[in-house]
Design a protein around this ligand. Sequence first.
Ligand SMILES: C[S@@+](CC[C@H](N)C(=O)[O-])C[C@H]1O[C@@H](n2cnc3c(N)ncnc32)[C@H](O)[C@@H]1O
Length: 210
Amino acid sequence: MTETIDRKAHWQGVYERKYEDEVSWYQARPALSLQLIANTGLGRDAAIIDAGGGASVLVDYLLDSGHADVTVLDIASAALEKARARLGERAAHVQWITADLLNWQPPRQYDIWHDRAVFHFLTASADRQRYVEVLKRALKPGGHVIIATFAPDGPEKCSGLPVQRHSPESIAAELGDGFELVEAADEHHITPAGKVQHFNYARLRRRENT
Ligand SMILES: C[S@@+](CC[C@H](N)C(=O)[O-])C[C@H]1O[C@@H](n2cnc3c(N)ncnc32)[C@H](O)[C@@H]1O
């Protein structure tokens, strides 16, 4: 519980102190995430969750392209409030969940789980195992997972916190046999301060019989 409070305080503070386009992970258009979501081949009625979505504009672009079942979960209510304020009336078409995903009980199952720059904060193997347990409860069999982390030659910290850097293969290994690595991609993200951060993206499919 203390961990949850510490994590929450950290992220709540970040979003209270900074504008959403000031944080190092800000993207004006999350092009690779959108491409990988499109590559799932699922339609506009697919249930999508942006896990640790923060104030990302991914949800804006998904709504723009007609996605009708989008959930954004984050530990920091301040992040979700920024996204809701930005979307205005359109925010009512989105499910917003404030929760620590490591302690979250998913109320339903999704077709697509998207996580950019959240899994890499899990530097303890017990936390990564908890993440995979929650993911399995939240994702339909046959569902798709998109996880983006700093690459092995990426930064060692994000938001002042240590990270575990990954290759697409090490992401797949963490998720285990229940998932098949379908596609990998990488990106050199330019932060608002002009620094380059190397990310790896993995798209995996949950096997039907797991
Ligand atoms: C580096 S930011 C990335 C935000 C967003 N995915 C993006 O790409 O713009 C990490 C996000 O994960 C959230 N987060 C960190 N740990 C979390 C946890 N245990 N449960 C839910 N959200 C978490 C933070 O509040 C923050 O919004």
